[in-house]
Design a protein around this ligand. Structure first.
Ligand SMILES: Cc1cc2nc3c(=O)[nH]c(=O)nc-3n(C[C@H](O)[C@H](O)[C@H](O)COP(=O)(O)O)c2cc1C
Ligand SMILES: Nc1ncnc2c1ncn2[C@@H]1O[C@H](COP(=O)(O)OP(=O)(O)O)[C@@H](O)[C@H]1O
Length: 323
């Protein structure tokens, strides 16, 4: 996949550009349907499938309280590539960009720079100030300026209307199986392993790879989870605590993962952690011994759940995300 991070970098023209636009936070199953549609359309006419997105997310710029994102731009890019898109255009979003009119966006960006021939958008898509660039507007523009507009219907999985907002809600409630239903994969946190208090291995008997969590991040419900850890190109089972270590009277929020059958120094290394199932709330224990006994029980429970899931995972295409 070719990636452009500035519109000014685009010097070539894309043969028969089939384009979708959106924020695509989380790249959930609804977004994946849009990508499927453009990829198929491009394939049929030997054209180019193009996804246009924004970074930072427009609401991070426009809303004083920002927005808690399901995926980083890096993960979004990976997932869009997985969807088979040929060209990804990431428009740097700013107040200045937000001031561009809907007409200008269509004429100067979609038509002149990208050369849209077929546009595919979700049922509720609208862009620009006051959401002027809605579906009716796009259809009018398409009819007048020679590109088709296809609207993809709302997508439901089980009883859920698939949306980024719903995924954020489910993650914040620790409902990881439901979040997976909407995402088509497990919810994932990622980052570089940080130095902790050096207690896990030496004192408690369970070393943990620590990832810092910032208050701007989408924080899953605090507590203990069964997880998969992707590290150095391999996938391991694990157990994860998201919390503040109340037993030690701390208050810094960390995600700490004990990786099964693993014994390597991975400080500073990137890891990805898939959250499979919430096990229990974080608790304040009387001391190290009680905490360590409980973690040993968490490990037994997590291993049993992972063994149950193993068959399903081997059979599903989800394995391709675990690298
Ligand atoms: C599976 C698991 C469950 C945990 N549960 C709790 C808990 O309930 N309460 C708590 O205070 N800390 C809990 N912890 C966090 C430990 O306190 C933490 O891993 C330990 O303090 C090591 O910190 P360090 O990595 O900074 O050295 C848990 C850790 C793991 C891996
Ligand atoms: N099974 C394991 N799970 C997690 N980390 C491990 C494991 N084995 C070794 N490590 C290493 O040990 C470090 C964690 O040790 P720990 O005593 O908890 O220290 P810290 O307080 O710095 O997290 C990890 O960052 C990693 O480099």
């Amino acid at each position: 996949m070719k990636i452009y991070r500035e519109l000014s970098q685009i010097k070539e023209s894309f043969p028969h550009a089939c384009v979708t636009i959106g924020n695509f936070d989380g790249v959930h199953l609804g977004h994946q349907l849009l990508f499927g549609e453009v990829v198929q359309r491009a394939y049929r006419c030997n054209g180019t499938s193009v996804a246009v997105t924004f970074d930072p997310h427009p609401l991070q710029v426009l809303r004083p309280q920002g927005i808690k994102l399901i995926s980083t731009c890096e993960q979004k890019t990976e997932l869009i590539e997985h969807a088979g898109i040929d060209v990804l255009v990431i428009i740097p979003f700013s107040m200045q960009f937000a001031a561009i009119t809907a007409h200008h966006f269509v004429d100067d960006i979609l038509r002149k720079i990208i050369g849209v021939k077929e546009l595919v958008v979700g049922y509720d898509y609208a862009f620009g100030k006051g959401r002027v660039g809605n579906i009716e507007f796009l259809k009018e523009q398409g009819a007048a300026k020679g590109f088709s507009v296809t609207v993809v219907d709302a997508h439901y999985e089980q009883d859920f209307l698939v949306s980024s907002t719903k995924v954020r809600e489910l993650v914040a409630d620790g409902r990881m199986a439901d979040a997976r239903t909407l995402l088509g994969r497990y919810y994932q946190i990622r980052g570089e392993v940080q130095l902790g208090q050096q207690r896990g291995g030496k004192e408690i008997g369970f070393p943990t790879a620590n990832l810092n969590m910032e208050k701007e991040d989408l924080i899953p419900k605090m507590g203990v989870y069964v997880c998969q850890v992707i590290c150095g190109g391999r996938c391991y089972g694990g157990v994860l605590n998201i919390g503040v270590n109340p037993t030690f009277g701390e208050n810094r929020l960390v995600a700490e993962t004990h990786i099964f059958d693993f014994n390597q120094d991975i400080y500073g290394k990137p890891i990805k952690v898939n959250l499979l199932r919430f096990l229990r709330n974080e608790k304040k224990f009387s001391g190290i011994e009680e905490l360590s006994t409980q973690i040993a029980k968490d490990v037994v429970q997590a291993k049993a759940i992972l063994a149950e899931q193993q068959k399903e995972l081997t059979l599903s295409c989800e394995e391709r995300f675990n690298r």
